[in-house]
Design a protein around this ligand. Structure first.
Ligand SMILES: [Ca+2]
Ligand SMILES: [Ca+2]
Ligand SMILES: [Ca+2]
Length: 330
């Protein structure tokens, strides 16, 4: 758009006017740019290395022991293969952690945990647990159970979600007390036809499940802590920052293939006063407003606004933010 309204290039003619125009445009761009959301992804399982989850830090546990659970690495699909279909009563799966518990008289299984499992699944900041799985087959004795389930608890174990996977549906387990572990909201979905990347996003009081990038199911987080099972069975429902994938019921079974499990956490950005997970002029303006005593009711100020860590908001914090913007480090 030569010489058009959006032409910021300088010309000999009207140089000053164009400077002014371009500065205004830059300001607008700064203010309107969507804030970047830096994130850190932690790989908890990656089948491309050719090993089972148990060899990559997960705690594989099966009940009862000994059992008829089949678990092997399937070279054809390049995935971990878990099969509890031989005996529906068996349970088996991958725990991000497990407490010490009694296997039998005089036999104790020690407490173990995945060394890379983050201990800050902060639902306020939001996080995503993603996993690639394909259901080969699934069978259940009644509508409230699933042969493959995924449990995720946030930093508050009473804010959790358990999703059940059938061959033709993915659905949430109800929490609370009256209808605990009954079939809640679900979505019709062919879970067998292909390996699918599911992303389970937890934020605030809700979860949202996506399949290959498309949101398919959402609902409230649940409190499953009323479950009356004895340790270690109650452990997944009373432990914060926890993930389970597998067959956790004696009333259903499944054969599945698992390729990956990852957790993505937002990164706290120094100077991000408004919690947008990026630093821009809005953060500086917000702090300046506070310093000037302006009304900012309804706006939450993040601790990360205090860049220099002196426990107060001050000009030094604003200067840091302005420098960060100037250096393009936001
Ligand atoms: Ca089972
Ligand atoms: Ca910000
Ligand atoms: Ca400060």
């Amino acid at each position: 758009m030569k010489n058009g309204k959006n032409d910021c290039r300088l010309s000999e003619y009207g140089k000053e006017r164009r400077y002014g125009f371009c500065f205004t445009l830059l300001m607008v761009v700064f203010l309107m740019l969507p804030s970047s959301a830096p994130a850190e992804t932690i790989t908890l399982y990656d089948s491309t290395s050719g090993s089972l989850p148990g060899a990559q830090g997960w705690v594989f546990a099966a009940l009862p022991l000994p059992n008829s659970v089949a678990q092997n690495f399937d070279a054809d699909t390049g995935a971990a293969h878990l099969d509890t279909t031989t005996k529906t009563g068996d349970s088996a799966g991958y725990f991000s952690s497990i407490p010490e518990y009694e296997l039998g008289p005089g036999m104790t299984s020690p407490a173990r945990s995945h060394p890379d499992m983050p201990d800050n699944l902060d639902r306020a900041a939001g996080f995503v647990v993603s996993f690639e799985v394909r259901i080969d087959s699934e069978a259940h004795n009644y509508e409230h159970r699933a042969g493959f389930s995924v449990i995720v608890t946030s930093d508050d174990f009473a804010k959790a979600i358990e999703l059940g996977f059938w061959e033709g549906e993915i659905w949430a387990q109800e929490g609370g007390t009256e209808n605990l572990f009954t079939h809640a909201e679900g979505v019709a979905r062919d879970t067998r036809s292909q390996m699918t990347l599911y992303a389970l996003k937890v934020e605030g009081d809700t979860y949202e499940l996506s399949a290959d990038g498309t949101p398919i199911l959402s609902g409230p987080l649940r409190d499953y802590s009323a479950f009356s099972g004895a340790p270690p069975l109650n452990y997944p429902y009373q432990t914060p920052n926890f993930i389970f994938l597998g067959d956790d019921t004696s009333s259903a079974s499944a054969a599945i293939r698992l390729k990956s499990v990852r957790v993505t956490l937002p990164v706290t950005v120094p100077g991000d006063a408004d919690g947008s997970r990026g630093v821009d002029l809005r953060d500086a303006i917000l702090i300046l407003k506070i310093l000037a005593g302006s009304e900012i009711s309804g706006t939450e100020i993040e601790l990360s606004a205090d860049v220099d860590g002196d426990g107060m908001l001050g000009i030094a914090d604003v200067v840091y933010i302005l420098r960060a913007i100037g250096q393009g480090t936001n």
